[in-house]
Design a protein around this ligand. Structure first.
Ligand SMILES: Cc1cc2nc3c(=O)[nH]c(=O)nc-3n(C[C@H](O)[C@H](O)[C@H](O)COP(=O)(O)OP(=O)(O)OC[C@H]3O[C@@H](n4cnc5c(N)ncnc54)[C@H](O)[C@@H]3O)c2cc1C
Length: 415
């Protein structure tokens, strides 16, 4: 029997809003997504420039994320996986450090790497064992402290923290103090040890595109900024108004819904630069870390696809705060790449400043329950910022908000 169709509106066609729409559709309910941008995917986007696929910010999909396994056809994404380790450049020497339990080729190079002591390497192994045994629910129920305090209390040396954990996790948390919650550290560390970090062949934007491709045509309205949600009434930026029976705001809602605390939410920022290089790339897909505290480069990697005319492209992330103009930053990064890693950038391609990359969150949870997403009789919230800054949380919170709408509709039909 066809289900009665209430009007369901989703504000935000990022990964969270798309997952909400898919969950509703799978249960037989239509929804319409509105996004202020001219593209879907929100913070997961890639620019195609002169045949190159340039992600707007270095981010990886961890294939161990439960939500990724639930909502994505991973095979169709044709993942380009990174090896489970990093190359660490300290200006004079390069060390190859990684997880020998997942890639045996890391065994000797890790054992003899001049990064951390033997005790540090043993501690990495025992941390990995400890977190394998801990469920995700237990991770997010653990006492919260900063990642730095957590690592110090676990017994890691100052050198191991500054030469490996700081650049590696700064590249993920987008902050260099390791002030991010230890729950996020445990979560990410666990996901790294239980799967691979990867980028789809079509760039990160292939993820929202795959989600959107499963939705009924015409259900996404782009270039449509919502300026207010008051009760059942939704106002577009152009002044038009319409009514919605159920609304999911799959983005920080403080600007459009009155009396919400996330209005002034602080964000971490990152700048990513792309260059063509004369280098042939490394023999493996690996993340490079630069440990010199004087430099602005934090991490870099060669794009795994070699483009037309054998073009080899490198992506560099800058996380530290600086006062450089774009032109000065480009010159500085080229110089640092040469001096710290020996890589010669031959041509600047693109620079992205991502001002609102990751929300700065405290008191993290794994994901919301459906009832926690409900704000009023007809209004529901989703988005990563409600739980933890990850694709996993974005998807699970989208799903939870959709489930809450579904149970609201179905319980009102029974009355
Ligand atoms: C540089 C960078 C690196 C990252 N690295 C990783 C990583 O390695 N691994 C990982 O798991 N995650 C990573 N993330 C985080 C991940 O991208 C996010 O968790 C996820 O994309 C959040 O999805 P979302 O749908 O909750 O929010 P968003 O993607 O922000 O989507 C919200 C959408 O709502 C729209 N919107 C907002 N307000 C309005 C309005 N008033 N009207 C209409 N539309 C509106 C926006 O345009 C946007 O499209 C990274 C993010 C960035 C930027």
């Amino acid at each position: 029997m066809e289900k009665s169709q209430p009007k369901i509106t989703i504000i935000g066609a990022g990964v969270s809003g798309l997952t909400a729409a898919l969950t509703l559709q799978n249960a037989g309910y239509k929804s319409t997504l509105y996004d202020a941008n001219s593209f879907i995917g929100g913070r997961v986007n890639s620019l195609i420039k002169n045949g190159l696929i340039l992600d707007q910010g270095f981010q990886v999909m961890l294939d161990a994320y439960p939500a990724v396994q639930e909502f994505l056809d991973i095979e169709a994404l044709k993942l380009r996986k990174f090896v489970p380790g990093s190359l660490i450049f300290n200006g004079r020497r390069t060390y190859r450090l990684g997880d020998p339990s997942r890639d045996y080729s890391f065994f000797w190079s890790t054992l003899f790497a001049g990064v951390g002591s033997l005790k540090d390497k043993w501690l990495v192994f025992s941390l990995s064992r400890k977190l394998k045994q801990k469920s995700l629910q237990q991770v997010f129920a653990s006492p919260e402290k900063s990642t730095l305090t957590y690592l110090q209390e676990f017994g890691f040396s100052h050198q191991m923290i500054s030469s490996f954990f700081t650049p590696f996790y700064a590249g993920i948390f987008l902050e260099t103090e390791l002030a991010t919650s230890s729950r996020m550290f445990e979560f990410v560390f666990k996901m790294f040890t239980e799967g691979s970090a990867a980028i789809p062949a079509g760039g990160m934007k292939a993820i929202p595109e795959q989600l959107a491709s499963k939705l009924t045509a015409g259900s996404i309205q782009l270039n449509q900024k919502i300026s207010a949600v008051l009760g059942n009434e939704i106002t577009l930026e152009n002044g038009e108004k319409f009514l919605s029976d159920y609304t999911i705001v799959a983005a920080p809602a403080g600007d459009i819904v009155p009396n919400l605390p996330d209005e002034m939410m602080p964000w971490h920022h990152v700048t990513v630069l792309y260059f063509e290089t004369d280098h042939t790339g490394f023999d493996e897909a690996i993340i490079g870390l630069v440990t010199n505290e004087e430099v602005v480069i934090n991490n870099f990697h060669f794009l795994q696809d070699v483009f037309e005319n054998h073009r080899i492209v490198i992506s560099v992330s800058v996380i530290k705060k600086h006062q450089f103009t774009d032109q000065q930053l480009v010159e500085r990064v080229i110089k640092e790449l040469r001096e710290e890693t020996g890589i010669k950038a031959s041509e600047f391609i693109q620079l992205f400043h991502i001002k609102k990359a990751l929300p700065q969150l405290h008191s993290l949870n794994y994901c919301m329950t459906p009832s926690e997403t409900q704000l009023t009789e007809h209004l529901f919230l989703a988005g990563d910022h409600l739980s933890n800054a990850s694709l996993n949380a974005a998807m699970l919170n989208g799903k939870a908000a959709a489930q809450a709408v579904i149970s609201k509709i179905e319980s009102s039909v029974l009355l």
